[in-house]
Design a protein around this ligand. Structure first.
Ligand code: DX5
Ligand code: ZN
Length: 219
């Protein structure tokens, strides 16, 4: 087993996006991570459903949509219709996390709950039975290129333990500051998917970076 890799297009070359997407797909990345930012839940603004629609046409990768938006219920239907395979909603962004997850599942796609660094795993325990993926933010959301917070490893271990105790099968994803070292730490604690933005796209060889993430997590 190795970790599944989800390159984040936030760090890609926007004017050569099709090229970058095909490079990471050919290098064996299983997911493509698309950050949706509403300028309110996080300061930045990024990627509406039209981007998902366009990416759907050029890639067979699992499209992993991370909604960093207040009241994400407003956007779920549009992103599902655009071709998202997974939609993630922040626990902190809605008063009705259970209903938001139900809304995602009603589209027959995968539902993900996301927690910020300041949020404990215990608050999402009541919805773990219904999710396909849990995203543990390993930086505060909103920007690429930040430092991985090692304190978040404990949350991955707690989730991994809950999976074993209760027979859950959800994936555990990390997002923020992933590189070969931090991804290995997270993998050893139970993470199964790593989002990687700047690590994959900043330097000259994205394919080599993906290979490295696979190599350090091969067991
Ligand atoms: C941060 C985003 C991330 C971002 C990660 O708010 O959710 O997906 O692209 O970027 P890196 O890997 O550079 O930390
Ligand atoms: Zn993200």
């Amino acid at each position: 087993m190795t970790i599944k890799v989800a390159p984040s297009i936030l760090a890609a070359d926007y004017l050569n996006l099709a090229r970058d997407v095909s490079v990471v797909e050919n290098a064996g990345a299983e997911l493509l991570h698309i950050d949706v930012m509403d300028g309110s839940f996080v300061p930045a603004i990024a990627y509406g459903p039209n981007w998902v629609k366009a990416l759907r046409k050029v890639s067979k990768m699992t499209l992993d949509v991370h909604l960093m938006a207040v009241d994400p219920e407003r956007y779920i239907d549009e992103f599902a219709a655009a071709g998202a395979d997974i939609i993630g909603v922040h626990y902190e962004a809605t008063n009705h996390i259970h209903r938001a997850l139900q809304q995602i599942k009603a589209h027959g796609i995968k539902a993900e709950v996301v927690i910020n660094p300041g949020t404990a795993v215990s608050v999402i325990e009541p919805v773990l039975y219904m999710v396909d993926q849990v995203l543990v933010m390993t930086v505060n959301p909103g920007f690429g290129g930040q430092q991985f917070l090692p304190e978040m490893i404990e949350k991955i271990a707690i989730l991994d333990k809950l999976k074993r105790e209760k027979g859950y099968t959800f994936d555990i994803e990390i997002d923020g500051g992933a590189n070969d070292q931090t991804t290995k730490m997270a993998y050893d604690a139970g993470a199964t998917v790593a989002v990687a933005g700047s690590y994959v796209f900043d330097k000259v060889d994205p394919a080599a970076k993906i290979a490295k993430l696979k190599e350090v997590t091969a067991d």
